[in-house]
Write a protein that binds this ligand. Structure first.
Ligand code: AMP
Length: 280
């Protein structure tokens, strides 16, 4: 496995593989790997000849009061985990490489970026679509793997790829969870002991809601209320949103239909957790 820090070198090595007709699979990440990231690398490994993982804590997707500076980092650990999973290249640029002076061109989805997580994280999805576009232009992968954990992000990326004709297949990986159901996240390390104990209420609420839908409940309002009250019942939770939306334009629904999912963002102390479940 090679670690590559600059754009021309990354382009250069991949040119050689492309000339040999090798399929290039790509997994964009912000590092501090957990089983969620590694499962995406496994999918890329299965579907491609060459696996490229990018590791870049992207400043443009963080708001001014967010956790950019304290975002957890451990490149040495990440390096050995990626190598174990058969990754060929880690693209590990620094911020100046990706955002040189006078950078001022962004990619933004005008319809989906202000919904759900975008309602409070103003430029977050603009930062995501911009960095993913840049990475697609540098790596030029045949396929790219994203996690269902960030369901809104996955939908926005799919929309962007269709709307802007990126020649890349988007593949989604299932949400990987801790034993108690908490979705794995690099940010889980911020939780204190009490918050960590209570955080699995999110997944409990979502799975119980899904069971109600399986039993025939179709009122989005009632399901939303159920999820809200369940999560709200623990002391340290502070709910940012609970929404039930369809999976194309993220429109709120009144009646639960196939493809609808429940998405939540909940604060536990200083830590913002997101999760979702497909209801039908
Ligand atoms: P991040 O490093 O948090 O930007 O995440 C990089 C990729 O890993 C994104 O496509 C995420 O959706 C995905 N991911 C993060 N957490 C999980 C998880 N628990 N299960 C599956 N994929 C995940």
């Amino acid at each position: 496995m090679e670690i590559i820090k600059n754009i021309p070198e990354m382009r250069g090595v991949l040119k050689k593989h492309r000339r040999n007709d090798q399929v290039i699979g790509f997994v964009p990440t912000m590092g501090y790997f957990h089983e969620g990231h590694l499962s995406l690398m496994d999918i890329a490994r299965q579907k491609s000849d060459i696996v490229v993982v990018s590791l870049f804590v992207n400043p443009t997707q963080f708001g001014p009061d967010e956790d950019l500076d304290r975002y957890p980092r451990d490149i040495e650990r990440d390096e050995s985990l990626a190598e174990e999973r058969g990754v060929n290249y880690i693209f590990y640029p620094d911020a100046d490489e990706m955002y040189p002076p006078n950078f001022c061109t962004y990619v933004k989805n005008t319809e989906l970026s202000n919904l759900l997580c975008g309602a409070t994280r103003e430029n977050h999805f603009r930062g995501v679509t911009t960095i993913v576009s840049k990475l697609f232009n540098i790596i030029n992968p045949d396929l790219a793997v994203f996690g269902q954990k960030d369901h809104q992000q996955a939908i926005i990326i799919k929309r962007m790829v269709a709307d802007l004709n990126f020649p890349v297949e988007i593949v989604l990986g299932d949400i990987i969870r801790e034993e108690d159901g908490l979705a794995k996240s690099s940010r889980n390390v911020y939780l204190n002991e009490e918050e960590r104990e209570q955080a699995p209420i999110i997944y409990q609420a979502l799975t119980e809601a899904k069971k109600l839908v399986e039993k025939g409940e179709r009122s989005a309002g009632d399901i939303k209320k159920f999820i809200y009250e369940k999560i709200d019942s623990v002391e340290h939770s502070d709910i940012e949103y609970v929404e039930i939306v369809e999976d194309t334009m993220l429109k709120s629904v009144r009646k639960i239909k196939p493809g609808c999912f429940a998405a939540v963002a909940v604060w536990f102390g200083e830590t913002r957790l997101i999760d979702n479940v497909i209801l039908l």
